[in-house]
Design a protein around this ligand. Structure first.
Ligand code: Z5A
Length: 218
C-alpha cells in the first residue's frame, strides 16, 4: 500500500482562515521569522504548490466552471493534495525542513464540508486514504468577521469561483473552522485577524515558537 511515510523530521504548519483574513500577507513575515531562528523552511499553498496541483487549482478557481458538482470539487482538492504531499511536503519534512502551507485539509472540512454540505465522514475517508497518518503539527486559524474579510478580499482582486459565493456560505465556512479548532485545541491556535498586520504577526510568531525544540512529528 502506497501510504505516505510517517518518517518526518521537520515540522508541518498550516495557515487557515476565511476570505481576506490575511494568510498570504502573513506568510512572508512568518517565513523570515522562522529563518532568523535558523530553521530551513519551505512555503507553499493549497490547492497548488506543484505544477500538477497548480493546474488543478486553475480548474477549481476558474469562473468558467461555476456549476462544478461538490463531489468533483472534493476529489479535485484531494487529487491536488496527493500530488502536493508526495512530491513536495513529505520530501521536505523528511529532509528536516519545516513546511508552512497556506491552507490544507482543514480548508476541505470548512469549505466542502461546512460551505457545500459534504458529509465530513466522506472527507475523513479521503483524508486517511491520501494522507495516511500525516497531519499538521500546528494550525494557525486567522479568524475574523466574514463581511469585513470579504470586503478586504474583494478590494484586492477579481473574485474567483469561491469568492462569488454568498455571505451565508462563508458564515458556514467560519463556523466549521471554529468547530474544528474547538475540537482539537492542542493543534489549533485561533488568532484574531481583525487587528493590524503587526499585531497578527506577533501572535503568529508566538504560536510557532511553541514548536521550536520540540520532538519529531508523526
Ligand atoms: N479551498 C477549498 O475550498 N478547499 C480546500 O481544501 C482548499 C482550498 C485547500 C483558494 O483561494 C480557495 O480554495 C479558497 C478556499 C478554497 N477560497 N477562496 N476564495 P486563494 O488561495 O486564492 O484564496 P484564499 O486562500 O481565500 O486567500 P485570500 O482571499 O487571498 O485571503 P488571504 O490570503 O487570507 O488574505 P490576503 O490576500 O493576505 O489579504 C487580503 C487583503 O487584505 C489584502 O489587500 C491585504 O493587504 C489586506 N490585509 C491583510 N491583512 C490585513 C490586516 N491585518 N489589516 C488590514 N488589511 C489587511
Amino acid at each position: 500500500m502506497n501510504q505516505p511515510s510517517p518518517k518526518r523530521r521537520g515540522r508541518f504548519i498550516t495557515l487557515e482562515g476565511g476570505e481576506g483574513a490575511g494568510k498570504s500577507t502573513q506568510v512572508e513575515g512568518l517565513k523570515r521569522f522562522l529563518e532568523d531562528q535558523g530553521i530551513a523552511l519551505v512555503t507553499t499553498r493549497e490547492p497548488g504548490g506543484t505544477p500538477v496541483a497548480e493546474a488543478i487549482r486553475g480548474l477549481l478557481l476558474s469562473r468558467d466552471h461555476p456549476a462544478m458538482h461538490p463531489d468533483t470539487e472534493l476529489l479535485l482538492m484531494f487529487a491536488a493534495r496527493a500530488e502536493h504531499l508526495r512530491t513536495l511536503i513529505l520530501p521536505a519534512l523528511e529532509a528536516g525542513r519545516w513546511v508552512l502551507c497556506d491552507r490544507f485539509t482543514d480548508a476541505t472540512y470548512a469549505y466542502q464540508g461546512g460551505g457545500r454540505g459534504v458529509d465530513p465522514a466522506r472527507i475523513a475517508a479521503l483524508e486517511v486514504w491520501v494522507q495516511g497518518p500525516v497531519r499538521p503539527d500546528l494550525t494557525l486559524l486567522l479568524d475574523m468577521d466574514v463581511k469585513t474579510g470579504l470586503a478586504r478580499a474583494r478590494g484586492r482582486s477579481e473574485a474567483d469561483r469561491f469568492e462569488q459565493e454568498a455571505v451565508e456560505f462563508f458564515e458556514r465556512v467560519r463556523e466549521a473552522y471554529l468547530e474544528r479548532a474547538r475540537s482539537e485545541p492542542a493543534r489549533y491556535r485561533i488568532i484574531d485577524a481583525s487587528r493590524s498586520v503587526e499585531a497578527v504577526a506577533g501572535d503568529l510568531q508566538q504560536a510557532v515558537s511553541s514548536l521550536m525544540g520540540t520532538g519529531q512529528g508523526t
